[in-house]
Design a protein around this ligand. Structure first.
Ligand code: GLA
Ligand code: ZN
Length: 675
């Protein structure tokens, strides 16, 4: 069953952020935009994102004339609208009259008016003003036939250290610890350095001016910031719901550090995100698979098609080097999102502004104002492709593998004092594990440590240092019931309060599941390495971390061949219940994981839509629904690909020709339907 963003429009959306209020004195531009929309093969515009000062120029005085007019124009031009709440940036009058809406920095100083996202999510005034304008927007446009979704605020992020927020934090902790300060003291191990609390009123935010060493407090602070942001967003949505039940989304910004996307996703109907890769940079290859990782992450959050809410036509303006996308790359990056489950391709921005900080940011329509530009034509070509593949909209990929990326674990790991202190490389490590799947065209769900694992054949859990009791239980059940679990060094060291497990790592019963005991961890200097020898005879390199692990029932598949721990396990596997639990004790300094992944995937008969090895930087993905099977073949390399076998009979969805093989130009993608 296909699941659409909005059932009233079961098609791909192709469009993006539009700021017509910047052109209010040149309305001929509005008319030109409406004409260009169709010419670009676009069918959507996102409006209202930063329009607060235009629609509420004075407190309580609303003027919707500009929105009324532009919404009608877009509707008449046959376009759909994603309508934003304007809370990402406020009018000046609000900061002047109610300074509490402004954010307070970590040093305790209140910010001045300026930039955006500079507001306190706790402030009752800000919440009230946001709800008031949202309510009016919903009442006026919430049932308009052209409006297909709500875009809530813009890229929620950041923290505020004001007294209102601090009091809320105390409230949050009172609730968490049943108003019992001793429970908090125990969880925070606060007798360390005599930091015991005697009352919740003594709690201050962790900050470089004061408390930094209580790790439990640090991780709770992050949980709190995330919760306050989500709470603010829920209130925004609640106000809209009084008049409108259109699907609500918010444009997420990568996995933002302070935001728990899993909790946030519960409040939203649809997930959307803003993707700005550094194509053609020294990170080009990383970008190719990391984008796949992010897209998979956003699809997994609600297990339904997501929206690519923003991407740059041509280039951005805020990177160190703002390089143009090479021919083909705009279309390839757009279709990459679709291949991973996006049902929209949207851009920031439709038209370049004349002034201020984003005037040189890529746009569909450049300052020249015509359609005769390379970028406009690239957008048009993507639109053409989307029209041909429209029936894919609403389908999902088949997924058998889950990779755990857990934000609370990242907070705790980064904060931990030990190992390599500065850079634990959690994200880099997780995406290295991801890469082995990506290059084989195997779609992966990116889950957190509390996901239901029962539907997966294989679960990979790199560096899961913070492993709470629920996760220990869920891992145990998963393996008992026949799952294959692959975990690495640092598994199960601390609980949800960042307290070390006693009785040996990994936590509690995991020692039995994996059949091991992890006694010590060696952190290597960057220039160091250790040797690992696999039972298959091959040698590999270990970097950064080598654990000294004892096999207690597990079979050893690889061991160290250098250092004083030579002969101790580097990879183990344990049969437990009906399943298997693998444990890798070191950081892979080469292609160890890729080799092991190859044999585990073969054993489990998990493969991509094309089974043969694909050329470097070429991959293939699938989406399907019932008997409909769609194949995307993507070439991220600057080299053409000739006659790659599709291993089946397909129709090229753009040409209508039958195909059993594919040739691709550089930065090219082709889409097929199985016959
Ligand atoms: C973010 C914002 C947009 C714009 C773009 C520029 O994603 O949401 O408003 O500033 O960045 O790349
Ligand atoms: Zn605040």
């Amino acid at each position: 069953m296909r699941k659409y963003i909005n059932d009233s429009f079961p098609h791909f959306l192709h469009g993006g952020d539009y700021n017509p209020e910047q052109w209010i004195a040149n309305k001929e531009i509005w008319d030109e935009d409406m004409r260009l929309l169709g010419e670009a093969n676009c069918n959507e515009l996102t409006v209202g994102i930063f329009s607060w000062a235009t629609i509420e120029p004075e407190e309580g005085k609303y003027d919707f004339s500009f929105l009324d007019e532009i919404i009608e124009k877009i509707h008449n031009a046959g376009g759909k609208i994603v309508l934003a709440t304007p809370t990402g940036s406020r009018p000046r009058w609000m900061a002047e009259k109610y300074p509490e809406v402004l954010r307070v920095a970590e040093n305790g100083q209140r910010n001045l008016y300026g930039t955006r996202h500079n507001h306190c999510y706790t402030s009752p005034v800000y919440r009230e003003k946001a709800a008031a304008i949202n309510r009016r927007l919903a009442e006026r446009y919430g049932k308009h036939p052209a409006v297909v979704a709500w875009h809530i605020s813009n890229e929620y992020s950041g923290r505020c250290y004001c007294p209102l927020c601090e009091e809320k934090f105390r409230e949050y902790l009172r609730k968490k610890f049943d108003n019992d300060i001793n429970k908090l003291n125990h969880a925070y191990w606060s007798t360390f350095w005599s930091h015991n609390y005697t009352s919740f009123d003594q709690i201050e935010f962790p900050s470089s001016r004061g408390e930094t060493v209580i790790h439990g407090l640090n991780v709770d602070f992050r949980r709190f910031v995330s919760e306050m942001t989500i709470d603010f967003m829920s209130e925004e949505i609640k106000a809209l719901r009084e008049f409108s039940d259109l699907p609500a989304t918010t444009n997420l910004l990568r996995p933002v550090y302070d935001l728990d996307h899993w909790k946030l996703a519960k409040v939203l109907d649809v997930i959307s995100w803003d993707s700005y890769p550094e194509w053609h940079s020294p990170r080009h290859e990383n970008e190719a698979y990391e984008r796949g990782f992010y897209h998979d992450h956003y699809r997994t959050l609600k297990n339904r098609p997501f929206m690519l809410m923003e991407s740059a036509p041509g280039l951005v303006n805020w990177m160190e080097f703002n390089k143009l996308k090479r021919p083909g790359m705009d279309r390839l990056a757009a279709i990459q999102a679709v291949a991973h489950g996006s049902d929209t391709v949207q851009y920031f921005q439709w038209r370049k502004g004349r002034g201020s900080s984003e005037k040189f940011h890529g746009a569909v329509v450049d300052h020249v104002g015509t359609s005769d530009t390379r970028v406009f034509k690239a957008v048009k070509a993507t639109g053409e492709t989307l029209k041909h593949i429209d029936e894919i909209c609403g389908t999902m990929p088949e997924v058998k593998v889950a990779l755990i990326y857990d934000i609370e674990n990242r907070w705790a790991l980064d904060d931990s004092q030990g190992f390599c202190r500065k850079n634990k490389k959690y994200f880099e490590t997780v995406t290295t594990y991801y890469k082995a799947f990506w290059k084989r065209g195997i779609t992966v769900d990116i889950v957190n440590a509390h996901a239901d694992l029962s539907k997966y054949d294989l679960v990979v859990a790199p560096m899961l240092y913070m492993t709470d009791k629920d996760t220990v239980e869920s891992f145990t059940k998963y393996v008992e019931n026949g799952g294959t679990l692959y975990a690495t060094y640092m598994l199960g060291m601390v609980d949800e309060n960042d307290l070390c497990y006693l009785g040996g790592f990994p936590a509690n019963g995991l020692k039995d599941v994996f059949g091991i005991w992890n006694e010590e961890i060696d952190t290597l200097y960057p220039q160091d390495s250790a040797l690992v020898k696999c039972n298959c005879g091959k040698e590999f390199v270990a970097k950064d971390y080598c654990e000294i692990v004892h096999a207690r029932g597990a079979k050893v598949l690889a061991e160290y061949a250098s250092e004083f721990y030579a002969g101790s396990p580097a990879l183990t596997v344990n049969e437990y219940g009906k399943g298997k639990a693998y444990y890798q004790t070191f950081r892979d300094g080469g292609d160890f994981w890729d080799t092991i992944a190859g044999s585990i995937l073969a054993e489990l008969d998990i493969h991509g839509p094309i089974k043969a090895d694909l050329p470097e930087l070429v991959t293939a993905h699938q989406r399907q629904d019932g008997d409909d099977f769609y194949l995307f073949v993507e070439n991220y390399s600057g080299k053409p690909v000739e006659n790659l076998s599709l291993e089946g009979e397909y129709i090229d969805m753009e040409t209508g020709d039958k195909a059993t093989s594919v040739s691709l130009g550089e930065f090219d993608v082709k889409i097929f339907k199985k016959i």
